[in-house]
Design a protein around this ligand. Structure first.
Ligand SMILES: Nc1ncnc2c1ncn2[C@@H]1O[C@@H](CSCCNC[C@@H]2Cc3ccc([N+](=O)[O-])cc3CN2)[C@@H](O)[C@H]1O
Length: 284
């Protein structure tokens, strides 16, 4: 590499590090309880509304986990945040589930739920009941599902998708990698730009074994969201074509893309998201 190219690469690396550091600073004010209130209560989580977002997400995940091609022992949820909905179907398929997040406040929120009912900031019962219904079970089986999830969560780990190895080497992940990754609303919300989003997709690919699946949910058209009162966090705005291109460019085979377009009633002033994507992909 000649001197000029070396200088340019060093400058690009410095810019990249500055962008990631700025994102870390944004997250210092993240408020799990407020975030849950904004996004995981009605209207966005209204199980009696056909057009509510959370039932749509749970339906995508239920189909993806139960249509027969996803399986194995280990499921990793990348960037769990303070939420559990993303593993309510997967916990029936995998005997070992790792929840992960960058912030200790979110890992604490998840630990509180694991302690038992009534400790976490949000009552997940309606979510558990809804997924039981999707599975053809009576809603009162939610207590069994909660017990199942508590039994399979093996650890709640720190993660940084901007590192080539996002998890600490001691994380007890199988050498070959996880059998399945799920990640919801994380990568586009933690990346300063599209190049960083694409790199993060590549980094988490290293957590997945060949033949394993990636289930990715994310925001379309979003440029910011509120991570708490007065905590405005920038987001990489994505469209469907870019999501498909990024997934393929990061070395995954795209199995399918599903898209939800937000009706006016779901726009509640906590972000400027226009749609939600669901991707099922496979690592060749
Ligand atoms: N470097 C990092 N590596 C991994 N995770 C990291 C890193 N930095 C922060 N994190 C971690 O990632 C974060 C994940 S929460 C990100 C929120 N995403 C945007 C928000 C979500 C949302 C939800 C629902 C709906 N809806 O329409 O129903 C829309 C939307 C759109 N707005 C947070 O847990 C942080 O702690």
């Amino acid at each position: 590499m000649d001197r000029e190219a070396k200088n340019e690469k060093e400058e690009n690396d410095r810019e990249r590090e500055k962008g990631v550091a700025a994102m870390v600073a944004c997250y210092q004010g993240f408020d799990p309880a407020a975030y849950l209130q904004y996004n995981y209560m009605p209207p966005r989580a209204d199980f009696d509304r056909q057009d509510s977002i959370v039932p749509w997400k749970l339906g995508c995940l239920h189909r993806a986990f139960t249509e027969g091609d996803v399986g194995g022992d280990v499921l990793v949820d990348v960037g769990s945040g303070p939420t559990l909905y993303q593993v309510l179907s997967g916990c029936e398929v995998f005997d070992t589930v790792f929840l992960t997040d960058f912030l200790e406040v979110n890992r604490q929120e998840l630990r509180r739920w694991l302690q038992g009912e009534g400790y976490s900031s949000l009552d997940w019962t309606p979510y558990l009941q809804h997924v039981c219904k999707l599975e053809g079970r009576r809603p009162s089986a939610w207590t069994e599902k909660a017990a199942r999830l508590r039994s399979v969560v093996s650890d709640i780990l720190p993660i940084d998708v901007h590192l080539p190895r996002p998890l600490h080497p001691d994380s007890q992940l199988p050498t070959a990698g996880a059998d399945c990754l799920v990640s919801c609303f994380c990568l586009e919300s933690v990346s300063p730009d599209l190049a960083s989003f694409n790199r993060a997709l590549g980094h988490i690919r290293g957590l997945l074994r060949p033949g394993g699946h990636l289930l990715l949910i994310g925001a379309l058209g979003e440029s910011y969201y509120m991570g708490g009162p007065g905590v405005r966090i920038p987001v990489v705005p994505l469209d469907e074509a870019q999501v498909c291109a990024s997934v393929r460019a990061s070395g995954y085979t795209l199995v399918r893309l599903e898209v939800y377009t937000l009706p006016q009633g779901m726009m509640v002033g906590v972000d400027d998201v226009t749609g939600v994507f669901f991707v099922k992909a496979r690592k060749p």
